[in-house]
Design a protein around this ligand. Structure first.
Ligand SMILES: O=c1ccn([C@@H]2O[C@H](COP(=O)(O)O)[C@@H](O)[C@H]2O)c(=O)[nH]1
Length: 237
């Protein structure tokens, strides 16, 4: 079943901005929040504990990419934070992804559920031209994304971060319940910014995305709560 809430990317640099943002929502509105590197570098685990204490779910988007031993021990630590989802870069390879999963399993306290573990395929800010030029990967972008998705499945992870454009082919190449979390979501008329592979919330739902991640169209809206509800409605149509 797809997650019925859009995951809100809180790409803020200060803890106070997170508080100000979340205070706009009704206390009984339980959100799915994505916390990224900027915030974790400034505020650390405290920001995770705060968001969790309000009853929200947390995707901690740190995109780990290092040698297997370092990723395993980092995941052991992250597993203690009580987050619901974490991620790595699939480009780190199968051994690294298996190590990430092992770290999470070993670090998850008894009686708690292991956080979901997904891997970034190709960033949604990457076009085929950029991929071929910068990464020297001489296949199509879609072939690269599917290859990474298959490697992610082989490593035993729960799913991938991809653009909504690739969801159907990823599920066909892995399994229907392999999670596809899709950033690069833009309601009609909104600014793409640095995103290259974008889709509307409604199209993403139709095509089979399990989660959508939306940042600036909500956080930079004049009325972020209204923007969130409009996107949520479109996603659930
Ligand atoms: O391929 C990826 C992986 C992660 N992201 C993250 O999602 C949000 C998108 O924010 P917008 O403001 O809606 O563009 C952002 O936090 C990225 O770090 C991604 O966009 N693409």
């Amino acid at each position: 079943m797809p997650e019925n809430r859009p995951v809100i990317a809180l790409d803020f640099a200060e803890f106070s901005e997170v508080k100000d943002f979340l205070e706009q929502f009704a206390p009984n509105e339980h959100l799915y929040i994505k916390l990224g590197m900027e915030l974790f570098y400034t505020a650390g685990p405290q920001v995770v504990y705060y968001v969790k204490s309000l009853g929200h779910r947390v995707f901690l988007d740190l995109k780990l990419h290092d040698i297997p031993n370092t990723v395993e021990s980092s995941m052991r630590v992250l597993a203690r934070l009580g987050v619901d989802m974490v991620n790595v870069h699939a480009a780190g390879g199968v051994e690294m992804m298996k190590a990430a999963r092992r770290g999470l399993e070993l670090g998850t306290p008894a009686g708690r559920e292991r956080p979901l573990l997904i891997a970034v395929t190709q960033l949604t800010s990457t076009s085929e031209e950029i991929m071929q030029e910068d990464q020297q990967i001489m296949t199509s972008l879609e072939a690269s994304v599917i290859h990474y998705a298959q490697k992610t499945a082989e490593a035993g992870l729960d799913g991938v971060v991809c653009s909504a454009h690739e969801v159907e082919k990823i599920k066909a190449a892995t399994s229907p319940d392999f999670i596809c979390l899709t950033p690069g979501i833009r309601p009609v008329g909104s600014n793409k910014g640095d995103q290259k592979r974008v889709m509307t919330p409604q199209q993403a739902r139709k095509i089979g995305s399990d989660y959508i991640v939306v940042g600036r169209p909500i956080t930079q809206a004049a009325d972020p709560v209204a923007a969130y509800h409009t996107i949520k409605e479109e996603w659930n149509q």
